[in-house]
Design a protein around this ligand. Structure first.
Ligand code: ADP
Length: 463
């Protein structure tokens, strides 16, 4: 499966916002209406109880003040009212009721409000009505005679109140959905516009971050861009340098070949020209192989900044091998080569490390004087870290060039480098190999005195 196929389609921000707003809106509407209905009902019920109590006490006073209490007086007081009056005897027998014949009614002795009134003078309670969605509030008052006068009022329950507001609730929910959709569209546009504007000005992205949360993203984009631009500049410079470096020997080769081809070269010049062609071709071969080596190292870098399968490499034997290989070169340059290997092992690639030491040794010989001296050393320092060191008493590197000699194609003295077969890539390759081995390079050099380059590898981890 291609990576693009497995990618999930991006979600729409407006949909997410709308869903969130609807959810919050609905929750707010439902919670507020349930809460409000509950609170209103509680306040309303308390009010009913208070009113009932007051009326019951007033009626009781009127009933007791009457010298000849008759139920007719009570009935008259209740006429036109929705309240229900009941008069209960001390044993619970219903003596009179304003809505039902008293003899049909069961004993009220155990009714909670009656029992409470009997004991404490007054009592109240609420019970479900026989009518659905209604409840009855009772308030009972004990008379001096021990009889109990009770008033009842039927009201709506909380749930029936709630049923009444249901259509309103529905309308509220619909309004929330509508408003959420509208608000989501507006908010998405409002939130996204600064991001689009930021994406339109990638050059100044870090200076125009609209939201704090986007700072890491802007930072990544900015550094990625800078890296790409740098890479692009480096690639362009490298291509220009390579073309230039290849063009010079090719022009010479072409010129000499043409002289021989057209017969303009005298027969005694032919071997001389042939030797020059050979020399220039050799330079090109070295250059091409250095470029190939660098591109291989670049490839290793992009896969990961360290070697994938490092193996233990004996630095002492590696140094002896390089010493043997370079003896002829040193002799030709009238330079003495000395090798002082001490036991040291690093984890890495033997081929790459051989290349590293060879390049350093080659430079130490080439940038030297007849009668000069080069020493190859290796060992472990006082922290236990293995190192290789190449020391010469050659021409040295000026202070201001010491940081630049590891750049590709940088040379202190171009003509000397070319005359001695340099490509300008030797130390760039050394730096690359050192980075792949997590090694540190220290360069110490004084013009006219000599140069020491030391490569220190990480100390092995103690087990
Ligand atoms: P080159 O192929 O030109 O030697 P390098 O990358 O190996 O390229 O080195 C870059 C430059 O650093 C050289 O051109 C030279 O000027 C300077 N250099 C390197 N090693 C030494 C040294 N041991 N002594 C003096 N100069 C050196």
């Amino acid at each position: 499966m291609k990576p693009e196929e497995s990618r999930t389609a991006p979600r729409r921000m407006s949909h997410l916002l709308r869903a969130a707003l609807i959810l919050v809106g609905l929750l707010a509407v439902v919670l507020t209406s349930v809460g409000a209905a509950f609170l209103f009902h509680r306040a309303f019920a308390a009010q009913v109880d208070r009113d009932l109590g007051r009326t019951a006490r007033a009626l009781a006073a009127v009933y007791e003040a009457d010298s000849d209490p008759a139920y007719a007086a009570l009935d008259q007081a209740m006429a036109g009212s929705t309240l229900r009056l009941t008069l209960v005897d001390t044993d619970g027998t219903v003596l009179h009721d304003s809505t039902e014949p008293a003899e049909k009614m069961e004993n009220h002795y155990a009714r909670p409000e009656i029992a409470a009134a009997r004991e404490m003078g007054e009592g109240s309670s609420v019970r479900q009505s026989t009518t659905l969605g209604r409840e009855v509030h009772y308030h009972a008052v004990r008379l001096d005679s021990g009889q109990i006068l009770r008033l009842g009022e039927e009201t709506s329950t909380m749930w029936s109140l709630y049923n009444q507001v249901l259509p309103l609730l529905g309308a509220g929910c619909a309004l929330v959905v509508l408003l959420s959709a509208l608000l989501a569209a507006v908010m998405t546009r409002w939130l996204v516009r600064p991001i689009t504007r930021m994406a339109d000005h990638l050059d100044t992205i870090e200076a125009n971050v609209p939201y704090e949360e986007l700072i890491p993203l802007a930072h990544t984009i900015q550094s990625d861009r800078r890296l790409r631009e740098n890479n692009e500049t480096m690639r362009r410079e490298f291509t220009a340098n390579v073309s230039h470096e290849l063009k010079t020997p090719l022009t010479s080769i072409s010129g000499y070949a043409e002289l021989i081809e057209t017969g303009m070269a005298k027969p005694e010049d032919v071997p001389v020209f042939g030797k020059r062609i050979h020399k220039e071709a050799g330079r090109m071969i070295r250059l091409v192989s250095d470029i190939l080596q660098l591109s291989e190292l670049d490839g290793m870098h992009s896969e990961g900044s360290t070697l994938s399968e490092p193996l233990p490499v004996d630095l002492a034997s590696l140094l002896k091998e390089v010493n043997g290989n370079m003896t002829m070169n040193a002799r030709k340059a009238y330079v003495t080569l000395q090798c002082d290997p001490a036991p040291a092992t690093v984890l890495g690639s033997r081929d790459l490390l051989t290349e590293l030491v060879t390049n350093l040794c080659d430079n130490a010989i080439r940038y030297n004087r007849p009668g000069g001296h080069v020493a190859l050393r290796c060992g472990t320092d006082n922290t236990g870290a293995p190192y290789v060191c190449v020391e010469d008493n050659g021409i040295g590197i000026p202070q201001d060039a010491q940081n630049r000699v590891f750049e590709r194609f940088y040379r202190v003295d171009k003509s000397r480098s070319k005359a001695t077969g340099g490509t300008g890539l030797g130390l760039a390759i050394v730096k690359h190999i050192a980075v792949l081995h997590n090694a540190r390079i220290d360069l110490r050099s004084t013009v006219g005195t000599g140069t020491t380059i030391r490569v220190t590898f990480p100390a092995p981890k103690k087990s």
